[in-house]
Design a protein around this ligand. Structure first.
Ligand SMILES: *Cc1c(COP(=O)(O)O)cnc(C)c1O
Length: 459
């Protein structure tokens, strides 16, 4: 049995293709619907906001999609990332389980997000786009896109959710260093932002609102496209680099994962981590459990409904079939800003609906407790988002202890918490609260989407 701390791949072993799960699903995913025509969205409808290269990937059914050399060259700044055995955490928990984590926090922006940011900036660049707009929650996605745009010479304009803009000033600085413009959303720069501010001048903002602003900006400006950091098929596609490397690393040490765990905001790090294994499970080659972890403050997979809904708050995007809390749902101001999204990736939601993927939700304080245990045993300080996966991994390892089971638990360490220090301070000062939205509140925002015409024949 391998006793190494880190399982490493060489640069030559970086996967050269992304894996597209759409080639291997038994049926077609429910298509995105144009809210005006009520018909499936045509790829050309998306050209106002996305370049053709990415639209083609969004709808492709080709199993393997080559990673361009220019993208691989940038990936090599931090890839392949290590798979690490959490020996000290195992010891602390006194568990017979073997715990591994895939460390995606080693990228320049500190998370998995550059895996798609670099690809998206590249495809925009080769089609002559000059500016990218986007939204960001905690600032992880904004900083990843700022990093990527800087490399490919694109201008980058970022709408940052106001509560995070105020809670996380250092991520804002990081975006500035890489040359991006950053605005606290809702802003009065767009119709969408002005509309929200009219209704609620003190709106803390949400990812949904910031998406509305960034999409509007791209759709109304020349040479400008929009870039989304999660949810869409092409984003999960780019993130499969994470799962493909993990698979190679586990093969190197003859491990078969019993459970793969990841946190879910829009589903990109978890999706990219598990999808290359999902195919093996669908084919009956492995019996791995896939566990998605979310906050109780935004319980999309555990309390949402599998219906069509808008991707943004104002209702500018196509309707996507996903687990959703309703596009008007505004999650409590938890520190895992990247997990405050009302919906989730259609691919992931499909797998949850088919019971191929399980989901759990945890309250904020238990998650920070898990994060602290991890920092004290394994050293790395996790992002609050990532800490949800750690909490679930710890719980699974404790179950193994109770049942005397030697399971192999692998989780995705999606990002570090170096820019989330104020959240940790609050935790230690006893100022963090748990949030659990009352059922009636969720029912309210769901009521509106239940009455959308597309959902009539689903319900
Ligand atoms: C953005 C982010 C997430 C949540 O987004 P997903 O698309 O669900 O992966 C999780 N962890 C970190 C560190 C993030 O930056």
């Amino acid at each position: 049995m391998n006793k190494n701390k880190k399982i490493l791949l060489s640069e030559q072993e970086i996967p050269k293709e992304w894996y597209n799960i759409l080639a291997d699903l038994a049926e077609q995913l429910p298509p995105p619907i144009n809210p005006i025509t009520q018909k499936p969205v045509e790829p050309k409808d998306l050209l106002a906001i996305f370049p053709m290269g990415l639209i083609q990937q969004e709808v492709s059914s080709q199993r393997w999609i080559p990673i361009p050399d220019e993208v691989l060259k940038v990936y090599k700044i931090w890839r392949p990332t290590p798979l690490v055995r959490a020996y000290e955490l195992e010891k602390y928990l006194n568990t017979p389980a073997r715990i591994y984590y895939k460390n995606e926090s080693v990228s320049p922006a500190g998370s998995h997000k550059p895996n798609t940011a670099v690809a998206q900036a590249y495809y925009n660049k080769i089609e002559g786009v000059k500016n990218l707009t986007t939204e960001t929650g905690a600032g992880q996605w904004g900083s990843a896109l700022a990093f990527a745009c800087n490399i490919f010479g694109l201008k980058c304009k970022i709408y940052m959710v106001k509560v995070s803009y105020e809670q996380k000033p250092f991520r804002r600085s990081l975006m500035h260093i890489w040359g991006a413009e950053v605005y606290p959303s809702p802003t009065n720069l767009t119709d969408a932002g002005r509309k929200v501010l009219e209704e609620n001048p003190n709106s803390p903002g949400s990812l949904g609102i910031a998406i509305s602003e960034a999409v509007e900006d791209a759709a109304t400006h020349q040479d400008t496209k929009y870039s989304l950091g999660s949810v869409l098929n092409h984003v999960l596609l780019h993130q499969t680099i994470v799962g493909l490397e993990t698979k190679k690393q586990l093969d190197l040490i003859d491990e078969k994962p019993d459970i793969l765990i990841g946190c879910v905001g829009g589903g990109s790090n978890f999706g990219g981590f598990i999808l290359p294994f999902v195919d093996d499970k669908l084919k009956g080659k492995i019996n791995t459990q896939f566990l998605a972890v979310e906050p109780t403050a935004c319980p999309t997979l555990t309390k949402g409904l599998y219906l069509y809904d808008y991707g943004d708050t104002v209702g500018l995007t196509p309707l996507l079939k996903m687990y959703t809390l309703g596009h008007k749902f505004i999650p409590a101001k938890i520190h895992a800003g990247g997990l405050r999204y009302h919906g989730d990736a259609p691919i992931l939601c499909y797998l949850v609906n088919k019971k191929i993927v399980d989901a759990v939700a945890y309250p904020q304080k238990s998650v920070f407790e898990a994060a602290t245990i991890f920092a004290k045993t394994e050293g790395f300080l996790p992002a609050p988002e990532t800490s949800h996966a750690i909490k679930a991994a710890i719980d699974e390892a404790l179950k193994c202890k109770e049942k005397k089971e030697e399971k192999c638990i692998v989780f995705n360490f999606s990002g570090h918490g170096h820019f989330d220090i104020t959240a940790y301070d609050k935790y230690f000062e006893g100022e963090l609260e748990d949030f659990d939205h009352p059922e009636e509140e969720i029912e309210q925002t769901l009521k509106e989407i239940k009455s959308l015409p597309v959902n009539k024949n689903i319900l």
